[in-house]
Ligand binder design. Structure first.
Ligand code: ADP
Ligand code: ASP
Ligand code: MG
Length: 408
């Protein structure tokens, strides 16, 4: 008998009928002899609806109250799922994050899970019950409700699986696995049988929202067997694994992209020690995260400095940069919030040369201008104009033969 943690995302619980479908699946897993713990998200659209209401009241809603508000969506789902199970004669108990002591730090809206008291869950499992836990939420040491960041129910599930030493953590969603790229953008994207933790971490952090990045981190750290599957269609899904030695690796495993990007440039700043700090220090003090950074080679003792931020932070970053520009007597500040980032990811890049130039040529052939580039051991990212996102991703998908993945 195995202990399985399942997680159902928003679209999988998007209506009463779908919740009933989840109940049937859970009963099937129970009948197969497994102990089952299930984490669920809010019904699709609900978290967005709550966030929008908060923003009608304030541009900057109080973080504590924001968490009290947005955590309510999941409570609706756990209760409906509990009812659906009991209606079918299956013993079940639903719990909020606080009720099963999902202890987090106090970083409201993006809290980290520190501990889960699994005793209560075990006691229910021992009685043969299915345990339903609200995803995305916890409480801090003072008893305040916290939330784990958008997409955080994935992390709840993985944390539960780690705490309970579950045999497998199954993330059920509206696609039947992790694909070579978002199948909504490239119709011939292919499902991957397996992807390494390292690659999945890069994909998630570079914009593939199929798994929350912290869930992948957590699973890697605590050795949780993690699988992404469809809640609508049978199949093996995608297993997230450790890299196997001697595994024949394609150069590229996947393409991630992020539409939430904006870039800012300060032109004609003095080329002297401390300038990068003056520019980015002020941005960091405002709690704005900076992603890519480029500083040009100095010409005439001044230089230009470009960086990217999340699109939501664009206006704020621009205001701050304009102030810095005055202080540094810089020539000009320019910005662009209609840019996107496209990234190639693959552990095979370590042993394949020439991937970057192949990528740049494929984009050039489509007439796509590259605005920024950054690389690391297993990824290459470029920033391009937003209007080229689909064209760029499709061109790269074809260039690297990703539509052949998994075909024999
Ligand atoms: P859930 O509500 O179940 O958590 P999400 O919307 O968070 O679902 O994640 C699933 C979505 O992730 C898919 O519908 C798909 O459009 C998107 N996605 C982005 N990149 C990928 C990828 N590489 N493979 C699969 N899905 C992806
Ligand atoms: N309901 C939350 C969100 O929409 C958490 C989740 O779905 O994972 O972000
Ligand atoms: Mg999600």
């Amino acid at each position: 008998m195995a202990l399985i943690v399942q997680k159902y995302g928003g679209t999988s619980v998007g209506s009463v009928e779908k919740i009933e479908n989840v109940a049937e699946r859970l009963i099937a897993a129970r009948k197969a002899g497994h102990d089952v713990v299930v984490a669920v998200s809010a019904m699709s659209g609900e978290t967005n609806r709550l966030v929008e209401m908060a923003h009608q009241i304030s541009d900057n809603p109080d973080p504590r109250e924001y968490d009290v508000l947005v955590s309510t969506g999941e409570q609706v789902t756990i209760a409906l799922l509990g009812m659906a199970l009991k209606e079918r004669g299956c013993d079940a108990r639903s719990y909020t994050g606080s009720q099963v002591h999902i202890l987090t730090d106090s970083a409201h809206t993006k809290a980290r899970i520190l501990d889960i008291d699994e005793a209560k869950i075990r006691a229910d499992l021992d009685k043969g019950r299915i345990v339903i836990v609200a995803g995305f939420q916890g409480q801090d040491e003072h008893g305040n409700i916290t939330t784990l960041g958008r997409g955080g129910s994935d992390t709840t599930a993985v944390a539960l699986a780690a705490a309970l030493k579950a045999d497998e953590c199954q993330i059920y969603t509206d696609v039947d696995g992790v694909y070579t790229t978002d199948p909504r953008v490239v119709s011939d994207a292919r499902r991957l049988e397996k992807i390494t933790f390292e690659e999945m971490l890069e994909m998630a952090s570079l914009g593939s929202k199929v798994l929350q990045i912290r869930a992948v981190e957590f699973a890697g750290k605590y050795n949780v067997k993690l699988r992404v599957l469809s809640s609508f269609k049978e199949g093996p899904g995608t297993l997230i694994t450790y890299e196997e030695e001697n595994m024949e690796q394609a150069a590229i495993s996947g393409i991630a992209f992020n539409r939430d990007e904006a870039k800012l440039t300060i032109l004609g700043v003095p080329d002297q020690p401390g300038v990068a700090h003056s520019i980015l220090g002020a941005i960091g003090d405002a709690n704005i995260e900076v992603d890519m950074i480029i500083q040009n080679v100095a010409a005439d003792s001044t230089t230009d400095f470009t960086f990217t931020v999340h699109r939501n932070d664009y206006e704020r970053a621009l205001d701050i940069l304009n102030k810095t520009a005055k202080e540094l007597a810089a020539r000009e500040v320019v910005g662009d919030n209609a840019i996107v980032k496209i990234s190639l990811v693959g552990v095979g890049m370590r042993s394949h040369a020439g991937i970057a130039s192949q990528m740049f040529k494929a984009l050039a052939d489509e007439g796509i201008n590259i605005r920024m580039i950054s690389t690391s051991e297993i990824k290459i990212s470029v920033v391009v104009d937003e209007k080229y996102l689909e064209l760029g991703v499709r061109a790269l998908h074809a260039e690297f033969g990703l539509e052949e993945v998994g075909l024999n």
